[in-house]
Design a protein around this ligand. Sequence first.
Ligand code: ADE
Length: 247
Amino acid sequence: MTQAPPTAILSALAEEQGGLVAHLENPQQVQRAGRVFWSGLLHGQPVVLGLSRIGKVAAATTTAALIEGFGVERVLFTGVAGGVGPSVRVGDVVVGTGFVQHDMDASPLFPRFQVPLYGQTVFQGDAPLTALLVQACQAALRSGGVEGMPVAVHQGLIASGDQFVNGVQQSDAIVRSLQSHGHAPLAVEMEGAAVAQVCADYGIPFAAVRTISDRADDTAHVDFAQFVTQVASVYAHKIVNEFLLLL
Ligand code: ADE
């Protein structure tokens, strides 16, 4: 019997992947491009789990290796991000509808933020897959997050760049410059737009969810470190389980 192509589930860090590797049925380890991937079944669905590593280049390499090596049907990213939208709080989740590189600037050759030779600034998440992911988040977090805190599920633009945003001025500058070009981000992180671009190159549907670990302000590094170990994996696990049940 030939098996259906797998769903890839990527995160930057192991903590963001919700201990899913331990739940794999028939786990197989495969190494490619210096990365370790795990394939197997979760809820009867074929999946490949991988860690993108941190930053756009590492994430792009991981995504290309994953697509080339496993013939994946779709890519889901779960991780954490800094909240920069006014109503986006720590503990909320943001499902990305679009992805922009906040540090892309080939002006004056190309418009600011546009990815050169693509004629495109924002790479969209796959609409049907993103709608499923929103549904999965709502189901997973219906009874609240950690300690029953209510969790808002936002949908909107995620901005990626090779910076951990760790200051109000830094965060304001990113938000203001994107806004002045008509893009209002809800969250900042370091991989999503790279993964979205590679998936677009290969024509593979992509969706991403980020739990807000910090407000990208002066205490972001402290909030991030606590959140990623204590909360992120719980959310990721719940959301991925619901998502796979909906596929
Ligand atoms: N991931 C989580 N928090 C972040 C931040 N403040 N900046 C960049 N990536 C992040």
